[in-house]
Design a protein around this ligand. Structure first.
Ligand SMILES: C[S@@+](CC[C@H](N)C(=O)[O-])C[C@H]1O[C@@H](n2cnc3c(N)ncnc32)[C@H](O)[C@@H]1O
Length: 229
């Protein structure tokens, strides 16, 4: 189990999707999985709905993988950019986009949550599903700041991922099931504090026993978390 208590070694863990035997079967795998990816399509639909991926909206999908979230946004007319560190995941995304006659700009990016190659306020929405848990929990507040930086004021950041209300809730879930891995599943309490530091209020909706949708609107005026509202 990778917790902050486990020290720096696990914090450095990287998930190289180009090296896994099952990467080219990702879509089939997630749809057959009733644990981590339970209600997968419902989770993606909810993120797209909350993000309001409307025609011409500039949407950034981080950890885009095989493109399932990007495709949903592009089908609604949004101008989508998808970033991911895996060539093999993006190759599947590009093949699906071409087959559907859609236009999405996919690009390889190392560590995109922490280093987004875009100016401030470049996007109307930032979305991501099942990817932020690959960022060490202690770095997730920096990822929140980086995602909020590229979002325009009034824009929406929407995430869908395995998450728990807090570390105790994760421990309780680990006692009930055997499928939780050594990934940095999100903690709603810690992310609420990270969003508050940017002046934003995190909203949360639980979708399954271990999957949540988390979202926030970037405040119109810059405000620090400890300023009066
Ligand atoms: C479980 S898949 C999710 C893909 C897609 N978003 C979806 O909902 O199906 C995780 C994706 O995150 C990517 N990834 C791994 N480490 C990452 C990191 N540090 N930052 C961003 N993406 C990462 C992987 O290459 C992979 O495509």
């Amino acid at each position: 189990m990778a917790t902050d208590d486990a020290g720096d070694k696990t914090d450095e863990k990287v998930w190289d999707f180009d090296s896994y035997a099952w990467t080219d079967r990702y879509d089939d795998m997630v749809r057959a999985d009733l644990d981590m990816y339970a209600s997968y399509d419902d989770v993606l639909d909810a993120v797209v709905e909350i993000a309001g991926a409307s025609p011409s909206a500039r949407v950034l999908d981080i950890g885009a993988g095989t493109g399932n979230l990007s495709i949903r946004c592009a089908e609604r007319g949004a101008c989508v950019t998808g970033l991911d560190p895996s060539r093999r995941m993006l190759a599947q995304a590009e093949a699906k986009i071409a087959a559907k006659g859609l236009d999405v700009q996919f690009a390889l990016a190392d560590d995109p949550f922490l280093r987004l190659p875009f100016d401030d306020s470049s996007f109307d929405a930032v979305v991501s599903t099942y990817a932020l848990h690959h960022v060490a929990r202690k770095s997730q507040p920096a990822a929140v700041r980086e995602m909020m930086r590229v979002l325009r004021p009034g824009g929406i950041l929407a995430l869908g991922d395995v998450a728990f209300r807090d570390s105790d809730a994760e421990k309780a879930m680990r006692e009930q099931c055997d499928w939780l891995d050594d990934e940095f599943y999100l903690y709603v309490d810690e992310l609420t504090a990270a969003f508050a530091e940017t002046g934003a209020i995190l909203e949360a909706r639980q979708m399954t026993s271990a999957t949540w949708i988390l979202w926030a609107v970037k405040p119109l005026a810059a405000r620090r978390g400890n300023d009066p509202a």
